[in-house]
Design a protein around this ligand. Structure first.
Ligand SMILES: Nc1ncnc2c1ncn2[C@@H]1O[C@H](COP(=O)(O)OP(=O)(O)OP(=O)(O)O)[C@@H](O)[C@H]1O
Ligand SMILES: [Mg+2]
Length: 398
């Protein structure tokens, strides 16, 4: 952290992820990511209404998916600032157990506890949660933040996010592109230089940026993204395979059972992560359903080859996005000095193998892939707090 003072900045960096949200701050030239009272630094982006006036957030909300599904919202960033009639929004909403309507601004309203909530109101609970965590840890009322956003966020989506931030009690908010934040975080990792690619495969979005880091300031040469491509979609492909097997065995379609379907998707996420450490994993939901013959469980064992085949089309889509950015910048991929892997989905061996084969240049993940965006946002926040010119392309809405 060259140039940072030894003070703590009250401007925090936030990664409002589709699946996980995190908050960090620069303290005494060191970046600290805060854990909430449950001990989680990566806080599941899930909100559950206990009543109209009381919500729980994170793992406490995830636990309620089974007991209070119609009051629990998973991955709300997918809906933030999007039109209710968008095809992807409609297919997402069709899988949710709560009712949704088109609001006066053309965006979705979710009916929970006899109240219709706008998506910024829902996302505000996540931002409010991390604002509370940071305020408690820093013993000050935190009201300023740099929030990382996907490169595909347009003005409508940024305005919706700004509304959420205001509802959460923030007064000043700047934005930074997620891959750019990851580049900032990796800046002090040995070997950083030249023109790099930032491959950011998260839970709900995929972003790729080409950044020239050879000078004292970074220059973003090109960005491209897919707002509906993430680890959630890989979970869904696995869940479809599990549901098909269950149908063959029991003639029940789990996709039509809201609670059970969400449990299957969570089980697929667990199995996917387990494949990082072992060759085989089992998608398991014990006693998933009562049938005429009693309780039945879901169990499907997958290995890395089966997984790689299931995820191939989605991984190829991410590489097509990379090629778009390369074409835009008129850069041959062999000229890149390295690809920096970030986003939780970049942990997957199938992803790493495909990226390495596609680019033929070294892959680097100096900073933990799922933390780089948050840490980079907090470094940018330290710059903002010192009223320096932002080092990068940060977007600010008035
Ligand atoms: N070790 C792992 N192996 C495989 N997948 C993982 C691992 N760790 C996290 N993931 C997956 O990464 C995704 C979450 O990544 P990340 O936290 O970067 O996304 P996000 O910031 O929530 O989403 P986005 O950036 O798309 O809005 C989830 O789909 C999760 O299942
Ligand atoms: Mg992310």
């Amino acid at each position: 952290m060259s140039g940072a003072t030894t003070q703590t900045t009250a401007v925090v960096g936030i990664d409002l992820g589709t699946t996980y949200t995190s908050v960090a701050v620069v303290q005494n030239r060191k970046v600290t990511m805060f854990a909430n009272d449950a001990g989680d630094k990566m806080i599941p982006s899930i909100i559950s209404f206990v009543s109209r006036d009381e919500v729980v957030v994170g793992n406490a909300a995830k636990d309620r998916v089974a007991t209070a599904p119609s009051r629990t919202v998973v991955s709300p960033k997918r809906l933030l600032g999007r039109g209710f009639d968008d095809r992807e929004v409609q297919s997402f909403l069709a899988q949710q157990p709560y009712l949704a309507y088109r609001g006066p601004d053309g965006q979705a309203l979710l009916e929970i506890c006899q109240t219709k909530w706008a998506i910024p109101q829902i996302c505000a609970h996540l931002l409010s949660h991390v604002r509370d965590v940071a305020s408690a840890r820093l013993s000050t009322d935190v009201t300023s933040a740099v929030i990382a956003v996907p490169v595909t966020f347009d003005d409508t989506r940024l305005a919706a996010l700004q509304r959420a931030a205001k509802l959460a009690g923030f007064k000043n908010v700047d934005f930074i592109d997620e891959p750019t934040a990851a580049a900032v975080a990796n800046r002090y990792v040995p070997g950083f230089g030249g023109v790099i690619g930032i491959y950011d495969f998260g839970g709900g979005t995929f972003d790729f940026s080409l950044v020239d880091v050879s000078g004292s300031t970074f220059k973003v040469l090109a960005t491209a993204g897919d707002p509906w491509l993430g680890g959630d979609d890989i979970d869904l492909v696995l869940a479809e395979a599990a549901a098909n097997q269950f149908w063959r065995q029991h003639k029940v379609d789990l996709r039509r059972q809201a609670v059970e379907w969400q449990q299957v998707k969570f089980a697929c996420e667990r199995a996917k992560r387990a494949l990082a450490a072992s060759d085989q994993a089992t998608i398991a939901v014990p006693d998933v359903l009562r049938t005429a013959t009693g309780m039945v469980s879901l169990e499907l064992t997958i290995d890395r080859n089966i997984f790689a085949r299931a995820a191939r089309a989605l991984i190829t889509r991410s590489l097509d996005v990379c090629d778009r950015a390369l074409a835009q910048a008129e850069i041959d991929k062999s000229k890149l000095s390295a690809i920096y892997m970030c986003g939780g989905t970049s942990h997957l061996a199938a992803v790493r193998d495909a990226v390495a084969a596609h680019f033929g240049v070294p892959l680097r993940d100096g900073i933990a892939p799922d933390q780089a965006v948050c840490l980079g946002a907090s470094i940018e926040a330290a710059m903002v707090s010192q009223r320096r010119p932002a080092s990068l392309r940060a977007k600010t809405l008035s």
